[in-house]
Design a protein around this ligand. Structure first.
Ligand SMILES: CCCCCCCCCCC/C=C/C(=O)SCCNC(=O)CCNC(=O)[C@H](O)C(C)(C)COP(=O)(O)OP(=O)(O)OC[C@H]1O[C@@H](n2cnc3c(N)ncnc32)[C@H](O)[C@@H]1OP(=O)(O)O
Length: 358
């Protein structure tokens, strides 16, 4: 049976209502099918090498060859329909109704004087999208003001966090790559500022592997508990980037210059035991008993007097604050330049290309 124009228009509208980002690969496929359905085979000039987003789109459309418009329409409608049904069946798991404040990418609970912020994009290994950066900042602001005594950050699923969502670099704004780099640097500076200034004890419960910015900001936490299954990886050079999260200052202070260099320049991935021995992690627990043992610790800490803890944290941290803000500014300025470099663009393009099998 032929798909009608009405079905096609309906699929277009349904797509706009999806709450979960279907990922780069699917978005490229949808783009290609839409173009093929509405304009026929790709006949526009191929974009330049550095215009990697438009080039990926062009490649996707071009790969459909001479697929008839009617078949493209049918495939577009089928793909949207499968996305809609998979979202409605996974919706309960991804965003349960008792989630505190209707966040999309995180969940926030307060119980027993503990505010727990859970990174909640398990299918993407909790990669931090722009939306997630914004929601984490909002949740930290709320946690700073609420009645809780301590705040906890953890991940859902098998990963703690896979760092910056590299798709953040795929959506180049109308202002182009330079504007994206400016906006990215502002976002990053503000994100890290929230950790530097957080007024209550902040505890990371590292439930699995951690990558990139989720590792660097650990130096700004007060306590870091980790499962023995976790690893700690900051592959900045592999990505043509440079350290952030104040790690260029805090890591050498914690672990000494040589160990920091192995991590931040040479991409050395640490086991949980190694991260503990260099002082990045406070204590490691067997994966089997991790949640139970950590819960008991957190409950005990959260029963201590709130103001005393906050004041003591201030005393421990205030001497360094100004320096940390300065380091944060410098790191972001440096990254802004890195994001415009061929080294970085090629590395990100290579990751996104591998994802998109089109
Ligand atoms: C407005 C301006 C916007 C700019 C915003 C800038 C914001 C500031 C940036 C701050 C600087 C931060 C730096 C970093 O964090 S560097 C580290 C970046 N992270 C990575 O390089 C990790 C990339 N991912 C991987 O290497 C692997 O996915 C991983 C080892 C983490 C897991 O491998 P595994 O084989 O177990 O699982 P999959 O690869 O199959 O993963 C499942 C799906 O999730 C996708 N995924 C995972 N991590 C990321 C990521 N970081 N970015 C994008 N996508 C990610 C993965 O591709 C799979 O997707 P598909 O199922 O669609 O294939």
């Amino acid at each position: 049976m032929q798909v009608s124009q009405q079905d096609f228009e309906k699929a277009k509208d349904q797509l706009k209502l999806l709450k979960v980002d279907p990922g780069n690969e699917v978005k490229l496929k949808l783009y290609a099918l839409f173009k093929q359905a509405t304009q026929g085979p790709c006949n526009t000039p191929k974009p330049g090498m550095l215009d990697f987003v438009n080039k990926a789109k062009w490649d996707a459309w071009n790969s459909l060859g001479s697929l008839p418009q009617e078949s493209a329409r049918q495939q577009y409608v089928d793909l949207v329909s499968s996305l809609v049904s998979s979202e409605s069946s996974s919706h309960v798991k991804e965003n349960p109704p008792d989630s505190k404040s209707g966040y999309e990418t995180i969940e926030v609970f307060t119980e027993d004087n503990i505010t727990k912020i859970v990174l909640n994009r398990p299918k993407m290994k909790n990669a931090i999208s722009v939306k997630m950066y914004e929601e984490i900042m909002e949740a930290l602001e709320e946690a700073a003001k609420d009645d809780s005594v301590i705040t906890v950050l953890t991940g859902s699923g098998d990963y703690y966090c896979s760092g910056n969502d590299l798709n953040n670099f795929a959506n180049v704004s109308a202002g182009g790559i330079k504007e994206m780099a400016d906006n990215g640097a502002k976002l990053l500076k503000n994100f890290v500022k929230h950790f530097i200034d957080f007024p209550k004890p902040l505890i990371a419960v590292v439930n699995g592997p951690a990558v990139g910015i989720s590792v660097t900001v650990l130096g700004l936490f007060d306590v870091v508990y980790s499962t023995d299954r976790a690893t700690f990886h900051t592959p900045f050079s592999n990505l043509g980037q440079s350290p952030e999260g104040c790690s260029s200052y805090v890591f050498p202070k914690i672990m000494g210059l040589a160990k920091a260099t192995e991590m931040l320049l040479f991409n050395k991935k640490l086991t949980a035991a190694e991260a503990c021995s260099v002082g990045l992690v406070t204590e490691v627990f067997p994966d089997k008993t991790f949640q139970k043992e950590v819960r008991a610790r957190l409950k005990a800490y959260a029963s201590l007097p709130r103001n005393s803890l906050a004041i003591s944290k201030q005393l421990l941290r205030s001497i360094e604050k100004e320096k940390l803000h300065e380091v944060n500014s410098q790191e972001c300025a440096c990254l802004k330049e890195r994001w415009l470099s061929d080294e970085c663009m090629n590395a990100v393009m290579s990751f996104l290309k591998k994802k998109s099998k089109l």
